[in-house]
Design a protein. Structure first.
Length: 363
């Protein structure tokens, strides 16, 4: 329920889309409505993602608040929110920023209206800046691993394996924020994650639990993976979604075939090479909210209540692991500049995503 000691203002400061590729700081942006299943969070830190630039450039929603990843403090709760959440809890999560259907909801704002059942309570010892990196990467990795790849394991109970299915899982782009999260979830589920990245990030992937790491730039990369897995690799999650990573994954998957999942529409010219043995798909983490995704073309999705149920279950499972100290956060680079700095951050990531770290802006 709303806090008796706190009254939400009518207006707030936020970073708003002006058009394709353009953001501005507005001091009179509307504060979102507190819905029945919503927690209202006063933002403390936000993280920048490649999607912040991609959606701004290709699917802008002028007038809508931008931003996905955040951490902050709950200031009010809707009437149908989970009982374990309280006003003044420190939480982290993500929202669909720059959503034409909910233009007042975005992470780059003083107040964020977030789906309460998809929020993680931040444990003592974890900073807002660190916690702000979890949201989008967690749900992208979780949907990719457990919904799309359909790996033979789960986080509850962990370590449940089907002995007749290969337990190796390849993460292409293991040093990305989604990649490190996927590696850690796979390790916690009892599987054997392997990864590709640049040599400079081998240590990062191993820190999160990769059993072996391969240099994606090596011409022998896929052959090395086939040798290591004895030609049994059946699962590949591509966190980069480029033509060369699609080709690498397809070449690395074993003789019997398997599943390939990526975070962008896949390259059919490549996937058509093994139509009978490898099943490709791609995911959009925004489906986890269970609402219609109102984007152009193949990015648009109908409402999927089952993904919302999955997201709530994943949140509960990860909360238990987080409380036990078993979840690490992706390395961060804390930036300055506040609201205007966030705009700079989107421009930075448009040019080239920082390798092995995530840009974070305290509010």
């Amino acid at each position: 329920m709303p806090s008796a000691q706190f009254s939400l203002p009518a207006k707030q400061t936020a970073v708003v889309a002006d058009g394709a590729g353009k953001l501005s700081v507005r001091r009179d942006a509307s504060v979102p409505i507190l819905g029945p299943d919503v927690a209202m969070i006063r933002t403390a830190a936000v993280a920048i993602n490649p999607v912040d630039a991609k959606m701004l450039d290709y699917s802008p929603a002028p007038g809508a608040i931008h931003g996905y990843d955040f951490a902050g403090t709950i200031v009010a709760l809707g009437k149908d929110t989970p009982a374990h959440l309280k006003v003044e809890d420190h939480v982290a999560g993500f929202v669909h920023g720059m959503n034409p259907l909910l233009p007042d909801v975005g992470a780059f704002a003083e107040y964020v209206a977030a789906s309460a059942d998809l929020l993680l309570k931040v444990p003592d010892g974890l900073s807002f800046e660190e916690a702000s990196t979890i949201g989008l990467g967690l749900f992208t990795a979780g949907l990719g691993i457990f919904r799309e790849l359909q790996v033979p394991a789960s986080l509850d109970p962990p370590g449940t394996l089907d002995p007749f299915i290969s337990e190796f899982v390849l993460i292409a782009g293991g040093s990305t924020a989604t990649g490190t999260r996927a590696i850690q979830l796979l390790k916690l589920a009892g599987l054997r994650p392997i990864a590709t990245c640049s040599r400079s990030n081998f240590g990062l992937c191993r820190r999160f639990g990769a059993e072996e790491v391969f240099d994606y730039s090596s011409p022998e990369c896929s052959a090395d993976i086939r040798a290591y897995t004895r030609n049994t690799l059946a699962y590949a999650l591509d966190c980069v979604a480029a033509a060369d990573t699609t080709q690498l994954c397809y070449s690395a998957i074993g003789r019997a075939g398997g599943r390939y999942v990526t975070v962008e529409p896949f390259h059919e010219a490549i996937t058509s090479a093994r139509p009978l043995t490898v099943e490709p798909s791609w995911l959009l983490a925004l489906t986890v909210f269970g609402r219609k995704v109102n984007l152009d073309g193949e990015y648009g999705r109908d409402a999927n209540p089952e993904d919302r149920k999955f997201g709530a279950k994943l949140t509960a499972d990860v909360q238990a692991l987080l409380d036990q100290g078993k979840i690490d956060t992706h390395p961060i680079q804390v930036m300055t500049g506040g609201w205007n700095g966030m705009i700079d951050g989107v421009n930075i990531i448009r040019e080239q995503a920082p390798s092995g770290r995530k840009l974070v802006y305290p509010v």
